[in-house]
Design a protein around this ligand. Structure first.
Ligand code: NAD
Ligand code: IPM
Ligand code: MN
Length: 357
């Protein structure tokens, strides 16, 4: 069976990790006889926006909606284009227009990677952040009044809907129910944010009634961030609003050693539109151009994409391959963020060679 993939490397290190993501995909496709057809798009700040004054062409929705999946790098070039313009002009549009309401972000302490947390070994951290991905704090409702005066006011509303909350909770409960520990943690801030967050808690209680075998914990986001650091072994499936999920999905991977390995799947579970697979990290302007970015976030995202497309064994082969390379721990191969002296390509090539077997 053949799958059509839209490839959007984006900006900065997106362009450096994408070739390694594709190398891993191709290696898996060869080994498992999967036919992947790629179409490349140059949507990014760096050159597309500067040439066209917009991040995407007017017909982007029609051009992308028919693909089986979107494989995305990272967008952002804050020195040239303000971040809210580039991100609201691309990635955040994809998530909304393609109704990718689940942002699934695994967080795992991998073999061979040292956690900055004392005494933590692989096995101590292996959980998912399930992030609401289309509403919540990321809303375009609001405005700026009395601009330029002393009475200037800015307002940005948080929007939570019953349908929006229930569908992400259902996904998270289903995921927790399939995992051995059957534990779900919900992140809110119901003591301070007194309307939306207690409503989220109410919906968690209601949903929990349908999943009697899942143990449910609820924390305010402030102490939850502390517990990520102090007790990362407590967590199994963590479900959170758009903003809280964003924060937790950088914190978790940082506790697991580096955000460079963290993948994500922006999923439209109904299958009406393509889902989008991308590393959690951004375009990393501070290291872009040096070829030293860790490609595992992109490569692991490729595995999530293959799994989504129904190729479980190929996905597992990719994960097994990068875990083997990390276990081996050859410093000439590993990138600097995980203690090596290698680069994006040495690590990507070593993983691809393992995938081929
Ligand atoms: P970032 O994730 O790009 O970088 C944060 C830090 O992590 C930097 O020090 C960077 O060098 C390091 N880092 C990131 N990825 C790495 C990798 N693969 N290997 C090794 N080190 C890595 O976050 P930022 O600096 O806040 O954002 C930079 C730009 O990226 C901004 O324009 C931002 O809006 C954008 N951004 C885009 C996405 C996306 O497209 N999904 C996600 C986050 C940030
Ligand atoms: C992420 C990123 C994006 C987000 C930014 C770049 C808008 O941080 O995918 O985690 O906040 O969702
Ligand atoms: Mn983020």
């Amino acid at each position: 069976m053949s799958h059509s993939i839209a490839v959007i490397p984006g900006d900065g290190i997106g362009n450096e990790v994408m070739p390694e993501g594709l190398r891993a995909l191709e290696a898996a496709a060869r080994r498992f006889g999967i036919d992947l057809n790629y179409t490349h798009f140059d949507f990014a700040c760096c050159d597309y926006y500067l040439a066209h004054g917009r991040m995407l062409p007017e017909d982007w929705f029609d051009r992308l909606k028919g693909f089986d999946a979107i494989f995305f790098g990272a967008v952002g070039d804050p020195a040239r284009v303000p971040d809210h313009i580039s991100l609201w002009g691309s990635l955040l549009q994809f998530r909304r227009a393609f109704d990718q309401y689940i942002n699934l972000r695994p967080c795992k302490l991998l073999p061979g990677i040292r956690s900055p947390l004392a005494g933590r070994d692989p096995g101590d951290m292996d959980f998912y952040v399930v992030r609401e991905n289309t509403e919540g704090e990321y809303s375009s409702i609001g405005g700026r009044m009395f601009e330029g005066t002393e009475r200037e006011v800015v307002i940005q509303e948080t929007v939570m809907t019953r349908i929006g909350i229930d569908r992400v909770l259902r996904y998270a409960f289903e995921l927790a129910n399939r995992r051995p520990r059957r534990k779900l943690t919900s992140a809110t801030k119901s003591n301070g944010i007194s309307i939306t967050m207690p409503y989220w808690d109410e919906r968690v209680k209601a949903m929990a009634g349908h999943y009697p075998e899942v143990t449910v914990d609820q924390y305010h986001i402030d102490i939850l961030t502390a517990n990520f650091v102090l007790h990362p072994d407590w967590f199994d499936v963590v479900v959170a609003s758009n903003l809280f999920g964003d924060i937790l999905s950088d914190l978790g991977p940082a506790c697991a050693g580096t955000i460079g390995v963290a993948p994500s799947a922006n999923i439209n579970p109904d299958g009406t539109y393509p889902s989008l697979f991308e590393p959690v990290h951004g375009s990393a302007p501070d290291i872009a151009g040096r070829g030293i970015a860790n490609p595992i976030g992109q490569i692991w995202s490729a595995a999530m994409m293959l799994e989504h497309l129904g190729h479980q064994a190929a996905a597992q082969a990719i994960v097994t391959a990068f875990e083997a390379v990390l276990t081996e721990g050859d410093p000439r191969v590993l990138t600097p963020d995980i203690g090596g002296q290698g680069n994006t390509r040495t690590l990507g090539e070593a993983i691809a060679a393992r995938i081929e077997g």
